[in-house]
Design a protein. Structure first.
Lengths: 112, 416
């Protein structure tokens, strides 16, 4: 069971109060000026790393807002959550990820 | 290979069963193979078997990071069925189900295929219509299914709660009498033994760490046991597909999530079919040992941990206790998870990749076991010819670019 914190209402709760929304920071390439390949990339292609994953969650049974989470798909460790408008994790979360990876000796993502 | 038979058992009994040979060799990797398959699960081993058997390609290595059949092959609930809505899926899964019927004889290995029948309950009006539609679709595709009423459901499965007062009352069911189960480990072992006998090298504890690509063409793999050159490369690594394609420089329409299952303590025989309840999301069968084998939903988030979470166990058993009240006091013995590779349309990807001579067979998500022989059959043909065969062709990965989905997520209303 993951424990997640909503950056908007500040509530920390179990994962059943939230709903996962997949990879974060996907650039929307779905206009008429975009190619089929870009459309495919936007809709379907995913990084799917075995390691640090930036992803969206929704505080479904709370304030209802979408937000971003940095989490490790190997250990299920949550590195922190941040606002949906951000283009990348804040420096504080990046530092925490770097510190935890140094402590555990894990690479950012495992290759096999 | 010494054949397994009643005579072999009698003969070996004479010397206290000390004379059995290894089921497959433990070879050192050679420097070069015609075909390298990554992943010695059921699908990878089946691919190697059919490459040798149907296409005469025997200079083949199957590389496995851990041990043979230790991934999703040994972690599923062993259900075999082919009652799929879409024509492309029906063709693929029915090919597979048909191959299961004579697989024990073909492999000379008892895979314990048990066509005990699969019952898919309809518990809402919507689900009833969906299953009736599936029933008609499968009949058109030449697959035997029946739409059965509540009385017949109760007859097939006496322990079921058929009360109209239930939270989700049973309104009927889609019945596939030739569906069933098989021993999942035995499927992997049988394919490994038969492939090994034809000269295929099954190499365990050999992790692939890099894919060598020159001028857009695959030339070999780097492994924990040295570099191995190959003419063609087949990637059959389920939840770890994105990592292998990352090494070759392209991305996949796949997300890896954990799917879990559990078994109860063994009890006397009480359930001789497979029951799936998709609305409440639980499915159950009874193993030959007497354990009730229970599966449920997948985690919704990316997860490589091969373990599940307790709230999913709770959801699944709550649903099943409502459907099968007699299990309410059973204790659960074991619970485990596997890493399922989910695609956008919940159908697999079989075929060519942007890298020449590199092929993928993945995206089986939560329902790959039933497809093991069929998947190997058409993937072997695809690798041998360099072009997909007619069963595999619709499952090419470019369908996501072309918008030509094989939409089983809508057809099944759940992951399947």
């Amino acid at each position: 069971m993951l424990l997640l914190t909503c950056p908007y209402c500040g509530v920390t709760a179990e994962e059943t109060e939230f709903h996962p929304g997949g990879q974060a920071h996907i650039e929307r390439k779905a206009g008429t000026e975009h190619s089929d390949a870009e459309f495919e990339e936007y809709l379907f292609l995913r990084n799917n790393p075995k390691g640090v994953h930036l992803e969206r969650w929704r505080h479904q049974y709370g304030c209802g807002k979408w937000f971003n989470v940095a989490r490790d798909t190997r250990t299920l460790e949550v590195y922190g959550s941040y606002e949906i408008e951000a283009k990348e994790p804040p420096q504080e979360i990046k530092d925490r990820i770097a510190q935890r990876l140094a402590e555990t000796g894990l690479p950012e993502k495992t290759v096999n | 290979m010494k054949r397994y038979s009643v005579f072999a058992v009698a003969k070996n009994a004479m010397n206290y069963h000390q004379g059995w040979e290894r089921a497959w060799r433990n070879p050192e990797p050679k420097a070069e193979y015609d075909v390298v398959i990554v992943g010695a699960g059921g699908h990878g081993l089946a691919t190697a078997y059919y490459l040798a058997k149907n296409h005469g390609v025997t200079n083949v290595a199957v590389l496995e990071k851990g041990w043979l059949g230790g991934g999703n092959t040994g972690r599923n609930t062993t259900i075999i069925r082919s009652n799929y809505l879409q024509d492309e899926s029906a063709a693929l899964y029915e090919l597979s189900r048909g191959l299961f019927e004579e697989l024990s004889q073909k492999l000379n290995f008892n895979i314990m295929f048990s066509p005990r029948g699969v019952l898919m309950l309809a518990q809402t009006e919507h689900e009833k219509r969906a299953w009736m539609r599936t029933h008609h679709a499968t009949r058109i595709n030449g697959i035997h299914t029946e739409w059965v009423d509540v009385a017949r459901v109760k007859q097939l499965c006496p322990i079921i709660n058929d009360s109209p007062e239930a939270r989700y009352p049973i309104l009927g069911a889609l019945w596939q009498p030739r569906g069933g189960t098989a021993r999942h480990d035995a499927v992997a072992w049988g394919f490994a033994r038969a492939a090994d006998d034809m000269g295929v090298d099954v190499i365990q504890n050999c992790a692939v760490e890099g894919v060598d690509v020159e001028n857009g063409k695959v030339t070999g793999v780097r492994t924990s046991r040295g570099a191995i050159k190959c003419g063609k490369l087949g990637v059959v690594v389920a939840g770890h597909t994105s990592m292998l394609t990352d090494m070759a420089g392209f991305r996949m329409p796949i997300e890896s999530v954990a799917l879990q299952a559990l078994v109860s303590e063994p009890i006397k025989p009480c359930l001789d079919i497979v029951v799936m309840a998709n609305t409440v999301h639980g499915y159950m069968s009874q193993s030959d040992k007497g354990e009730l084998v229970i599966g449920g939903g997948a985690d919704g988030f990316n997860n490589y941990t091969q373990r599940g979470s307790f709230h999913h166990v709770e959801e699944t058993v709550t649903a099943l206790v409502e459907t099968f009240p007699i299990i309410s006091r059973l204790r659960m013995l074991r619970q485990w998870g596997g890493v399922a590779d989910m695609t956008g349309d919940r159908s697999p990807i079989i075929g060519k990749t942007p890298v020449e001579n590199m092929f993928v067979n993945c995206g089986w998500g939560t329902g790959g076991f039933k497809a093991t022989p069929g998947s190997g059959h058409c993937f072997a043909a695809t690798i041998a010819r360099g072009e997909p065969d007619e069963i595999a062709a619709p499952f090419a990965m470019d369908r996501f670019k072309e918008g030509r989905m094989i939409d089983e997520s809508v057809a099944a209303a759940v992951a399947h």
